[in-house]
Design a protein around this ligand. Structure first.
Ligand SMILES: *Cc1c(COP(=O)(O)O)cnc(C)c1O
Length: 417
């Protein structure tokens, strides 16, 4: 399936703007909002009147970002959060209770891994992890009645690519909700269309694109009031929201069971700055993903033998067929370099002139980082192996520079070792 970047760019410049009065997004950095009278206050609190209530549960600037993201994903609605981790925490808190279990499939960002494995475990929420191709485990966990499937569209930094249509079909069959982290692949993948229930982003990354605002978002689908995964008996605690809000039930589920009480809300200023990035997202995604393929092709031919470039666009990569089938125009900004040892990885990083050494991805500039000594430094050996983090692994996130300039930077660094 090819991605129509032109159509997305046309959609997004309008989804982020207004046609009359201020064209640019309007920033409303007010914590409180006055109500015209007591009756209006009651109507706002009951949900009958769609007016701002108090900034912890939303504000007009967040609402603009939320509607633009819902348009981009083909979702019913969205909620902007203070960070990507806030978005994950919101969904997990809203859906899960002590004794529930989450199944995590494939590779994960370090923060997601510790959120589930350590933080939610402290509240009696269990988790299990399995490889993307381990369908025996996936099916037996679904059969056993787990509450949520969590996965990343592209494992960061493992670059594992799950078979999304097959996994979402199994979730539907066993009536289990799914949450996909699409941070690396906005525009390239529309997970709600493939059958996901929730899509989350760290908007800090590709969506803003310039390492300015920290932010996150969750986009959700409409609930089918006649027949929906959510109506399964294991989600009985959530059924009252379907009775009250119908197809919009995921909105109060997320707001009332997490955002209102825990306050992981985005600020109006962050949402405004994020919107400025979002309006050019399709252009940047198209460009970066072409560049990634060019850079890894050059590096795979010209790097010294003892440094290996990993990316599923390479014909020699084990996941190349799935890449072609699921990600015809790229799987995001990341590729990795296997340098063999920490010392060689450090030496390579220290010789880079263009790429910036930092813990971020999806920036307009090319970024690089040694994984084991930074994000994954507190992880045990077996967790690192599961997450695809070896001693010599360097993660690279490709930016808007020319492909030749990026490749040249890594070649000069590698050749000088
Ligand atoms: C960065 C990142 C997160 C966390 O987002 P923050 O905005 O830093 O909280 C989650 N998932 C992925 C894939 C990420 O790259």
């Amino acid at each position: 399936m090819s991605v129509d970047f032109e159509a997305f760019q046309t959609m997004m410049v309008h989804a982020t703007a207004q046609r009359v009065r201020a064209i640019a997004p309007v920033v409303t950095p007010s914590a409180a909002f006055g109500y015209s009278d007591a009756q209006e206050a009651e109507a706002i609190f009951s949900g009958e009147a769609q007016l701002p209530l108090y900034a912890r549960v939303g504000n007009p600037t967040n609402a603009k970002l939320e509607s633009a993201l819902a348009t981009m994903e083909g979702g019913l609605g969205a909620i902007a959060t203070a960070s990507g981790m806030g978005a994950l925490a919101m969904v997990l808190t809203a859906l899960l209770e002590t004794g529930d279990e989450v199944l995590c499939i494939g590779g994960f960002f370090g923060g997601t891994f510790t959120l589930v494995k350590e933080t939610f475990a402290r509240f009696g929420i269990k988790s299990s992890f399995c490889e993307t191709e381990d369908f025996d485990t996936i099916e037996s966990k679904l059969q056993a009645g787990i509450k949520l499937v969590l996965l990343e569209s592209v494992g960061n930094p493992s670059l594992t690519l799950p078979d999304l249509p097959r996994i979402f079909a199994l979730c539907r069959r066993y009536k289990t909700l799914s949450l996909i982290d699409n941070t690396a692949t906005p525009i390239l993948l529309r997970p709600l269309e493939l059958g996901a229930d929730f899509v989350m982003y760290s908007t800090t990354k590709n969506i803003a694109g310039f390492a300015g605002p920290l932010g996150g978002a969750v986009i959700f689908r409409a609930v089918n009031e006649a027949d929906d995964t959510l109506l399964d008996a294991k989600y009985a605690a959530l059924h009252k929201f379907v009775k009250k809000a119908g197809k919009k039930a995921f909105m109060p589920i997320l707001k009332k069971r997490a955002l209102r009480d825990m306050g992981m809300t985005a600020s109006a200023l962050s949402s405004y700055i994020t919107l400025l990035g979002l309006e050019t997202l399709p252009l940047r995604v198209a460009r970066v993903n072409q560049t990634v393929e060019k850079v890894v092709a050059i590096l795979s031919e010209r790097l010294p033998q003892d440094i290996r470039v990993n990316h599923p666009s390479l014909p020699t990569d084990a996941q190349h067929a799935r890449y072609k089938a699921q990600f015809s125009q790229g799987c995001g900004p990341i590729f990795t370099l296997e340098c063999g040892s920490k010392a060689r990885a450090f030496a390579l990083l220290d010789r880079l002139k263009l790429a910036i050494i930092t813990a971020n991805i999806g920036d307009n500039r090319t970024l690089a980082l040694h994984m084991a000594s930074t994000i994954y430094r507190d992880f045990g050996e077996s967790d690192r192996r599961y997450l695809g983090v070896s001693e010599g692994l360097v993660r690279v996130s490709v930016g808007l520079e020319s492909a030749e300039a990026i490749a040249e930077d890594f070649l000069q660094a590698a050749n000088g070792l």
